[in-house]
Every structure is written in structure tokens, then in C-alpha cells.
Write a protein that binds this ligand. Structure first.
Ligand SMILES: C[S@@+](CC[C@H](N)C(=O)[O-])C[C@H]1O[C@@H](n2cnc3c(N)ncnc32)[C@H](O)[C@@H]1O
Length: 353
């Protein structure tokens, strides 16, 4: 066992020693739209020469990037008829298409994670751990928190909002398909901290009887898209949230301290009717005991997301079920249930009565 572990460690350590370069190669493929270039070629697999002329860059470095990405299984290396190496896309490389706005692309999320603004905060993580609570990596790196930074920097704001939107396109269909019943009897929904607002666009499409509201800070709503059946409202979730039968709140509470979450949840509870009101929370629940191996694979991503929160968000964190129970009870909800949607996030439905 000792020898086996030693041997494994001597290989595994390279993931950490050189892992940043993997992110760099992936970012490079996304920025140069290599998956799109491979997809658009009529002749498959695509030779390096064809790929080079499609993207318009010389072959030498492109070949080395493709060699690495194919080794990682991101692209598939397939021999061509005349014995050269050709490349085809895989489900993984298709998820790196930045021009693809379907429910699978994660290109914008990768660009956010590898953005210099985000990376500068990650590099200060150890100082945050040493300090325990007071030190905020994002603020230490940029002099202000992520929301103030996004308000002042349109480029970062767009990167951030697009990253959130790609998660929305991925997970909201899972919510509307798997948990359709929670929208029964609901005539109005408000998405608190809606970002680009696509979630409500999807909800009204799935449930056309619903009138929805998108609600976020004024600088976000100023650039918000319009969706049929969805009204845009600017405001502050610590103030007054527009009234609706249900509040939808996705990837907001993990940005905030327990104290702030209780305030947001109380404002949400006050926004819905006393008799049938509900708050639909889409967030990760960490440390859940699952029987299926596949779910354990996503736990890795949930725990990484918790590290992201530590570095990027003031007091941000992922929570286990006990911590969710505590927040919801403190905010005055009488009961709640959790639905597993086989994803990074679960759906927590909190009821007013
Ligand atoms: C992590 S993003 C999530 C966006 C969206 N819900 C999603 O999942 O794609 C958090 C959002 O909260 C919004 N936000 C932050 N502070 C807010 C406040 N005080 N009132 C309303 N929205 C706020 C941000 O502008 C941002 O759009």
C-alpha cells in the first residue's frame, strides 16, 4: 500500500505542479474558437493544416496545444485516410464553444475562472485562511468587493454575467423539467438577483401562464435583456423585493454570510403571499450522503465551488443541509424540502405556511 501510494503521488503531484497550464491551454482553445473551427469543417477528422487555415494561425504552436488537449480527451485524435493526425470534437470540446448558447456550453464560466481579476483573488487565498474571517481575497486584490468591482468595470461585469448565464442555461431546464410541479398554482414569480435574466425567460416559456419579474441591482438591470412575459425591475434585495406568488433565487445565497442570507430570506418571505407563498432556492448542498457514484463525482465540483466562494466573495460559502435548515428556520419559514436534480445544485423549496 505504501509503495502504491508513493507511486500514485509521484504521478498525481504533477497535476498540481503544472495544473495552471491546463487551464491556460483550455482558455486558449476557447479564445481562438478551436472547437468551432473543428465543427465547421466539412471534412472530418480535421487535419492540422486544415485547422490552421480555418483559424488563421500558423501550425507549430497550434499542433502542440491540440496534442495536449487530445491527450486530455478534450478533442479526439483520429488518423486520417493518409495516415496524418486529424481531430474531431467531443462532448467536452463542444462545451467549450463560446459561440454556442445552448444549455451545455461552459465556455464563459471557464473564461471567468481564468480571468486575471479572478486569478488575482485566488492567489491571496492563504492569507484569507490565516486570518480566519476578516481578510477578503477579492478586496485585497482589487480594493473593493466583487459587486462594486463589477459595477465599475463593464468588461469584468460582462464576463461575470455571461458566466452566470451559461450556468442558468444549463441548470434551469433541469429545474423546470424535474420540478415542474412546484410551479403549479403559481401565477407570478420574481427572480431575485437575476443577472442576465434568462432564467425567467425559460420559466415563462415552460409555464406560459406565469408572469415573471427580473430583479437585480440598477447597473445590472440597465443592461438587462427583455423577455416576453417578463418585467424588469431594478432594486436592492436587502430592501423591498417585488411581490409575487413565488421567489426564485439561484446562486445568490452562497455569496453571502449567514446574517445577510437571513435578511434576504426574510425579505423574500415578505414578498410572497402568507397562504401559498414559496421561495425556490437553487443552490449546492454539500456533504449530502448519496448512494450513486455519479453524485460523488459532482461533490468534487461543489467543494471546489466553496473554494471559489472563499476567494471571490465576501463571506461566500457553500452550505450543508444542517446549515440550510438553520438559515431557513431563522428566516421564519415553517417547512422546506430539498429536491435532488442530479446536478451541482439542488432545489430547496421553502414554504411560508
Ligand atoms: C452569482 S450572480 C447570480 C445571477 C443569477 N441568479 C444566476 O444564477 O445566474 C449574483 C447576482 O446577485 C446580484 N446582486 C448582488 N447584490 C444584490 C442586491 N443587493 N440586490 C439585488 N441583486 C443583487 C448581482 O448583481 C448578480 O447578478
Amino acid at each position: 500500500m505504501g509503495d502504491e501510494e508513493e507511486a500514485k503521488a509521484s504521478v498525481e503531484i504533477w497535476r498540481y505542479a503544472l495544473g495552471f497550464a491546463e487551464m491556460a491551454a483550455v482558455k486558449c482553445a476557447i479564445e481562438l474558437k478551436i472547437p468551432e473551427a473543428v465543427e465547421n469543417q466539412t471534412s472530418q477528422p480535421v487535419t492540422l493544416a486544415d485547422l490552421s487555415s480555418a483559424v488563421g494561425f500558423p501550425p507549430p504552436l497550434l499542433r502542440r496545444i491540440m496534442r495536449f488537449l487530445a491527450h486530455q480527451g478534450i478533442f479526439k485524435a483520429v488518423p486520417t485516410k493518409d495516415g496524418a493526425t486529424g481531430y474531431t470534437n467531443t462532448p467536452l470540446s463542444r462545451r467549450m464553444m463560446i459561440t454556442n448558447r445552448d444549455d451545455k456550453s461552459m465556455a464563459h464560466m471557464i473564461l471567468l475562472s481564468s480571468n486575471p481579476v479572478a486569478v488575482a483573488s485566488y492567489l491571496k487565498l492563504s492569507s484569507a485562511v490565516v486570518s480566519g474571517k476578516g481578510f477578503q481575497p477579492f478586496e485585497a486584490a482589487h480594493g473593493k468587493d466583487a459587486w462594486a468591482y463589477a459595477a465599475e468595470d463593464p468588461g469584468y461585469r460582462e464576463t461575470f454575467n455571461e458566466a452566470m448565464a451559461c450556468d442558468t442555461r444549463r441548470v434551469v431546464p433541469a429545474v423546470t423539467n424535474t420540478c415542474a410541479d412546484i410551479f403549479d398554482g403559481v401565477s407570478t414569480v420574481v427572480d431575485v438577483g437575476c443577472g442576465t435574466g434568462e432564467a425567467m425567460g425559460m420559466v415563462v416559456k415552460a409555464f406560459p401562464w406565469i408572469k415573471a419579474f427580473n430583479f437585480d441591482l440598477p447597473h445590472v438591470m440597465a443592461g438587462a435583456s427583455e423577455f416576453e412575459g417578463v418585467e424588469n425591475v431594478a432594486g436592492d434585495m436587502f430592501g423591498l423585493i417585488p411581490r409575487a406568488d413565488a421567489v426564485f433565487i439561484k446562486w445568490i445565497l452562497h455569496d453571502w454570510s449567514d446574517e445577510d442570507c437571513v435578511k434576504i430570506l426574510k425579505r423574500s418571505r415578505e414578498a410572497v403571499p402568507k397562504e401559498k407563498g414559496k421561495v425556490i432556492i437553487v443552490e449546492a448542498v454539500v456533504e449530502q450522503k448519496k448512494e450513486d457514484d455519479d453524485d460523488d463525482k459532482l461533490e468534487y465540483a461543489r467543494l471546489l465551488l466553496d473554494v471559489v466562494m472563499m476567494a471571490q466573495m465576501k463571506n461566500g460559502r457553500e452550505r450543508n443541509m444542517e446549515e440550510w435548515d438553520h438559515l431557513l428556520t431563522e428566516a421564519g419559514f415553517v417547512r422546506h424540502e430539498v429536491r435532488d436534480i442530479n446536478d451541482l445544485q439542488s432545489v430547496i423549496i421553502a414554504y411560508v405556511s
